[in-house]
Design a binder for this molecule. Structure first.
Ligand code: KIV
Ligand code: ZN
Length: 521
C-alpha cells in the first residue's frame, strides 16, 4: 500500500453514538453504514456489541450487509466482550476486533482499581483471545496521552507480540496539544521499534478544540490511520471530525503529501444523514459542512468571489457535494422518475417502500413546486424511522389564537394497535401538542431540547423538527419532517417518546450499560 495513504476509520456508529441522547435503531445504523461505504471510508467501527442486544444486532447486520470497508466491533479487554464482538463481526468480508484497556495511572487506580501488572496481563490475554477469532486486531491503550510513555510502550510491545495489527493511541480526554501528541508517538516509535510493522492510529477527542490538529500532528509523526466521526460527534465534545481531517489532507495535499480513499463529493450528504438520524444539528459555521461554510456575507468578500472564486474560497463547494446537484422533480414526475432520482442519491427503494416514498413525494409535490434532492433525502430518511416506531401520530387538531391559550387534541396509535386520545391547553401550540401526546400515552416525558429548521430555502420549504426528551431517566431523540411545522414537531416528539420507551424497556430487561459497563470508553 502507498506509504502516504491514510486509513480513515469511522467511529460515528460507536464513539459517535455514545453522545447523549443519540439512540439509533438497527435500520438507521445500517443506512448510515451503507452511506459510509459509499463515502469510501476504510473501516467502520459499527458498535460495542457487549453493550446491549441492540448494539450486537446492529453490528451483526452491518457486518452481513455492508460491503467494502473493514467492519470493527469494540471490546474491553475481557473475554466475554471479545467473544461477543467476534460473534457480531463474524460474517463481515473483513472483520476486525478492537480491544482496549487504560494505561494511565489515574484510570488504573481509580476506574479499573487494578495494577499495572494486571493491565499487562489483561492486554496480553485480550489480544491473544481476539487473535483466535480474527487476523485483524486493533489494540488501544485508553487515556494513553495522560499515561507514562514507558509503561504504555511496554503494554504496546505485549499487544504486538500477541499479534495486534493496528495500535491506536487515544487522547481520550482531549487534553493533548499537537506538539505533545506528536512527541508521544515519536517516543513510542523509539521505545517500540516493532511498531513499524503495525499501523499506528490516532483517536483524538475535541475537549480543547484540538482533535483535528492533534490527528494531523499524529499523521506527520507516522500514524497512518485516523479515527474520526462524521460531524465530529462523540463522547463529550466529540471526536476529530471526519470531513475536516479528510478535507484538510485533500486541500493541502501538495504540501502535506497524504491521500485518503474518501469520495469527497459524498461528504455533505453523509453529514446531513447523520445529523438527521442522530438529531444532532450541524452548527451553521461548522468547517466544511456548515450551511455557511461557503457563504460570503461581507460586500468585499462577495465582490472578490464574483470576480474570482479563489479570492476567498480555499475549497470548491462541489468537491464536498454541497453544490452541483440539480436534480429536481415536480408534481408531474412519475414513479419511475422518483425511483431513478432516489437511485441517483444512493437509495435503492423498491416494492412497498417505493409505494410509500411515492405517496409522500406526491403529497409534498402538491404543496411544493419543486422537490429537490435535499427534500427527497429528508423524506426517505424520515420514512426509515417508521420501521421500529412503537407509537404513531394518527391525527391532530390545534386551535391557535392570540386571544386565548392554544389547545391541542391528538390521536395516537399505541404499539398494541389501540387508539389513544389526549388533549391539553398549553403555553404555545407546540407545548400544547407535546403535552397532549403525553396525556394520550399516559407518559410523563420531559422535553429537553426542541429545534426546527428548514430543509431548503423558500416559503414552501419542508420543516425538519428535532426533539430530545427524557423518560424515566432515559433520554432519546426523535425527528420529523413535514411542510407543516406543527406536524413535524409532533412526529419528532412521538418518535423521541418511542425511542425513549424502547431504551427504558431495554435497560430494564438487560440491567443495561450504565450499571454493568465499568471501564467503558
Ligand atoms: O476515547 C477513547 O479512548 C476510546 C477508546 C475505546 C479508543 O474511545
Ligand atoms: Zn473515544
Amino acid at each position: 500500500m502507498d506509504p502516504d495513504r491514510v486509513v480513515i476509520f469511522d467511529t460515528t456508529l460507536r464513539d459517535g453514538e455514545q453522545s447523549p441522547g443519540i439512540s439509533l435503531n438497527t435500520a438507521e445504523k445500517l443506512e448510515i453504514a451503507h452511506q459510509l461505504a459509499r463515502l469510501g471510508v476504510d473501516v467502520i467501527e459499527a458498535g460495542f456489541p457487549i453493550a446491549s442486544n441492540g448494539d450486537f444486532e446492529a453490528v451483526r447486520a452491518i457486518a452481513r450487509e455492508v460491503h467494502g470497508p473493514v467492519i470493527a466491533g469494540l471490546a474491553r479487554a475481557h473475554a466475554a466482550d471479545i467473544e461477543r464482538a467476534a460473534e457480531a463481526v463474524r460474517d463481515a468480508e473483513r472483520p476486525r476486533i478492537h480491544t482496549f484497556i487504560s494505561t494511565s495511572d489515574i484510570h488504573i487506580e481509580h476506574q479499573l482499581q487494578s495494577t499495572r501488572e494486571d493491565v499487562k496481563g489483561s492486554a496480553r490475554a485480550a489480544v491473544a483471545h481476539a487473535k483466535s477469532f480474527v487476523d485483524d486486531v486493533e489494540f488501544s491503550p485508553m487515556d494513553a496521552t495522560r499515561a507514562e510513555v514507558e509503561f504504555t510502550a511496554e503494554v504496546l510491545q505485549i499487544a504486538l507480540d500477541e499479534g495486534a495489527t493496528t495500535i491506536n493511541i487515544p487522547d481520550t480526554v482531549g487534553y493533548s496539544t499537537p506538539d505533545e501528541y506528536a512527541a508521544f508517538l515519536t517516543r513510542l516509535y523509539q521505545l517500540v521499534p516493532d511498531l513499524r510493522g503495525a499501523v499506528l492510529s490516532t483517536h483524538c477527542h475535541d475537549d480543547l478544540g484540538l482533535a483535528v490538529a492533534n490527528s494531523l500532528a499524529g499523521i506527520r509523526a507516522g500514524a497512518r490511520q485516523v479515527e474520526c466521526a462524521i460531524n465530529g460527534i462523540g463522547e463529550r465534545a466529540g471526536n476529530a471530525s471526519l470531513e475536516e481531517i479528510v478535507m484538510l489532507l485533500h486541500t493541502r495535499a501538495a504540501d502535506l503529501g497524504f491521500t485518503t480513499g474518501v469520495q469527497t463529493r459524498e461528504i455533505a450528504r453523509t453529514s446531513r444523514m447523520v445529523s438527521r438520524l442522530t438529531g444532532y444539528p450541524v452548527q451553521p459555521n461548522k468547517a466544511v459542512v456548515g450551511r455557511n461554510a461557503f457563504a460570503h456575507e461581507s460586500g468585499i468578500h462577495q465582490d472578490g468571489v464574483l470576480k474570482h472564486r479563489q479570492t476567498y474560497e480555499i475549497m470548491d463547494a462541489t468537491t464536498v457535494g454541497l453544490e452541483g446537484n440539480d436534480l429536481v422533480l415536480g408534481k408531474h414526475s412519475g414513479r419511475h422518475a422518483l425511483k431513478s432520482a432516489l437511485a441517483e442519491l444512493g437509495f435503492d427503494v423498491d416494492g412497498p417502500a417505493l409505494n410509500t416514498a411515492f405517496k409522500r413525494f406526491k403529497e409534498l409535490a402538491d404543496r411544493k413546486k419543486q422537490v429537490t434532492a435535499m427534500d427527497l433525502e429528508a423524506l426517505v430518511t424520515d420514512e426509515l424511522r417508521d420501521q421500529l416506531r412503537s407509537y404513531t401520530l394518527e391525527w391532530f387538531d390545534v386551535d391557535v389564537s392570540n386571544r386565548r391559550p392554544p389547545h391541542a387534541r391528538v390521536s395516537i396509535r399505541t404499539p398494541d394497535g389501540d387508539e389513544a386520545l389526549g388533549d391539553f391547553t398549553g403555553d404555545g401550540p407546540v407545548d400544547a401538542i407535546f403535552r397532549a401526546i403525553n396525556a394520550a400515552t399516559k407518559r410523563e416525558a420531559r422535553l429537553r431540547e426542541f429545534r426546527i429548521d428548514a430543509v431548503t430555502g423558500g416559503q414552501d420549504a419542508l420543516g425538519e423538527a428535532s426533539v430530545v426528551l427524557e423518560l424515566a431517566g432515559q433520554s432519546a431523540a426523535g425527528q420529523g419532517v413535514s411542510t407543516d411545522i406543527i406536524e413535524a414537531a409532533a412526529q419528532a416528539y412521538v418518535r423521541a417518546l418511542s425511542n425513549a420507551e424502547r431504551k427504558v424497556h431495554a435497560a430494564a430487561a438487560e440491567h443495561e450499560p450504565e450499571v454493568e459497563l465499568t471501564g467503558a470508553p
